[in-house]
Ligand binder design. Sequence first.
Ligand code: ATP
Length: 136
Amino acid sequence: MGKLHLEVVTPEKVMVSQDVDIVVAPGSLGEFGILEGHVPFLSGIVAGELRYTSDSQTERLVVTTGFAEVSENRVSVLVDAAERAAEIDVERARRALERAKERLARQREVGDVDFLRAEAALKRAIVRIRVAEKKT
Ligand code: ATP
């Protein structure tokens, strides 16, 4: 199988820059997979798991919102944040989840909370916990 070059970039760092066999990413229209020879493609990225396999080794990351571009066997993913599954601080994500839930409850009762912002924080926290606790 031919290789693709994957780059995962955040405003803070280049998280991944390597040749891989396959990339599976959380697109705004659903999860998508990219192999060598894929047609040019542009997609939004939503909070979720991005995985890639290189020489039978699969790596899993959490990514948050951004974009992906596929062109000439290159996959460029530009996202607000990314963490490797093993680097996720589950306690921090649980605290973020509780804060987001409190804000959403407050939105229902008092209505002075930015709903979309609280909802996005809730999604990031849920995905971090899910990916960190996944066994495979
Ligand atoms: P928090 O409220 O805990 O900061 P958040 O969802 O607002 O969570 P982000 O804005 O998505 O955090 O990310 C800010 C930075 O912190 C990024 O570099 C991201 O990779 C990192 N980060 C956020 N949550 C975690 C976590 N649970 N474990 C490891 N790194 C995290």
